[in-house]
Design a protein around this ligand. Structure first.
Ligand code: ADP
Ligand code: ASP
Ligand code: MG
Length: 419
């Protein structure tokens, strides 16, 4: 039997009526002759509520228990989806991660797939079941504990199942009708793309475009999964939505293809650290062990006169998600107490946001940075930190200018017009 993977995000399963609507889409594919693996998210808002409860109970929580709590939203929707399909006379069965079993690493809150054995699901399909409904976002570690894959992880569950079962396509149903040049909630000028390359989508996702989880794009690229994003609220057909595919399938050739943002960023500066070999390792080692996702890093130029200190000193600035600031502070203080680093003070700015432009055309075109910086300057947006790579340029700015910056960059690179 040909097989499809269909993933429904939080807004697409937000209540019983929407679950019925999603189930109708599954039924249509079954009637077209497909076996279907359905991946569901928790009802929208549910995971945030669960995360909130964990934080309120235990601010520096035990990550195993975090996973035990936040994975539960998907269990509810998986069961409800299976029941809804059964009510439509479609033989369906639900599976939580451990029942498959979806084996993952034991990196709680950010687990990665180790293996998805096909045996149990294959046996059910062989019995005549048409649909397997899988609770997204979760798995089980070698220690037998429930794990989760990081926020937005159901996308990755979907792509991993598509790869493991050789699905014809992996359809990600969500609340927008495809992937846009930027988040359509930020500007009405955002334009829907018919296709986008794996590489560009990978950058956009890792820079904050949460329409797909980064890891899902990585897996799709590696296993050549045909990955499509489309609306669960529209009538859809074979050509709806946006296909994420290889670069050479794409005709459009703009230098910049999209603008991404990440709203909740913090900028931390360690003032007056020793400037000696090993200092970066002594700072960022403990941060990484504490699970802090350090993003941009700037080491300032050392003062020649040592600022009155006996040995050379410098300032070290880095960014991380706002909700990791407490962990970062604790890790740095612990390292200071243990004597492995010293600093005069830690300055924390929790009002930052990151805005990035992405495009494979940047490889062969100069001048993108200049155009970006002058567009921001015209709007009076001050840049705190800059980072570049082959196909992206990111800036850290004040959060209050984030929307303005996204709109200005969208205009500056003519993204509302097809290229
Ligand atoms: P789901 O719950 O279905 O997984 P998400 O909220 O995780 O949905 O992702 C869909 C949202 O991603 C959209 O509502 C949109 O606001 C946002 N988004 C951000 N960047 C983009 C983009 N470039 N194209 C489309 N949507 C985007
Ligand atoms: N429910 C999880 C989240 O909100 C996973 C997902 O929806 O993809 O992050
Ligand atoms: Mg999502």
């Amino acid at each position: 039997m040909p097989l499809l993977v269909m993933k429904f995000g939080g807004t697409s399963v937000a209540n019983l009526e929407r679950i019925r609507n999603a189930a109708q889409k599954v039924k249509a594919e079954v009637e077209r002759g497909y076996d279907v693996i359905v991946i569901v998210s928790a009802m929208s808002g549910k995971t945030n509520e669960l995360v909130g409860w964990v934080n309120e109970t235990s601010p520096l929580y035990d990550a195993r228990e975090y996973d035990a709590v936040v994975s539960s939203g998907e269990n509810v929707t998986a069961g409800l989806m299976a029941l809804t399909l059964q009510e439509m006379d479609i033989p369906a069965r639900s599976w939580q991660g451990w029942q498959v079993p979806i084996q993952t690493t034991s990196a709680h809150g950010a687990a990665r797939f180790v293996d998805i054995p096909r045996k149990n699901l294959d046996a059910k399909f062989a019995e005549g079941f048409k649909v397997a409904v899988i609770a997204g976002f979760q798995g089980v570690s070698a220690e037998g504990r429930i794990t989760t894959l990081g926020r937005g992880g159901s996308d990755t569950t979907a792509v991993a199942f598509a790869a493991a079962f050789g699905a014809e396509r992996c359809d990600i149903y969500t609340d927008v009708d495809g992937i846009y040049t930027t988040d359509p909630r930020i500007t009405s000028k955002a334009r829907k793309l018919d296709k986008i390359s794996f590489e560009e989508m990978l950058e956009l996702a890792s820079l904050g475009a949460k329409v797909l989880q980064t890891r899902s794009v990585e897996l799709a690229m590696r296993y050549k999964v045909r990955l499509r994003v489309l609306s669960s609220f529209d009538d859809t057909n074979e050509t709806s939505g946006t296909l994420v595919c290889d670069e050479d399938e794409i005709m459009e050739s703009k230098v910049v293809s999209g603008v991404a943002y990440s709203r909740e960023e913090a900028k931390l500066t360690l003032v007056t650290v020793e400037d000696r070999p090993g200092i970066a390792a002594a700072i960022f080692g403990p941060l990484s062990e504490a699970g802090v996702n350090v993003d941009m890093i700037v080491q300032n130029i050392s003062e020649k006169d040592y600022q009155g200190h006996e040995r050379p000193v410098t300032d070290m600035t880095f960014s991380c998600p706002v909700d990791q600031v407490a962990r970062a502070r604790k890790a740095l203080e612990t390292a200071r107490d243990a004597g492995s680093i010293s600093y005069e003070k830690l300055e924390v700015d929790t009002d930052a946001a990151k805005v990035s432009v992405v495009g494979i055309g940047m490889r062969s075109h100069a001048g993108v940075a200049a155009r970006m910086f002058s567009a921001l300057a015209q709007e009076g947006v001050n840049i705190k930190v800059i980072a570049t790579s082959e196909i992206k340029i990111s800036v850290l700015i004040d959060r209050k200018y984030m929307e303005l910056a996204v709109q200005a960059l969208h205009d500056a690179f003519d993204l509302d017009k097809a290229g």
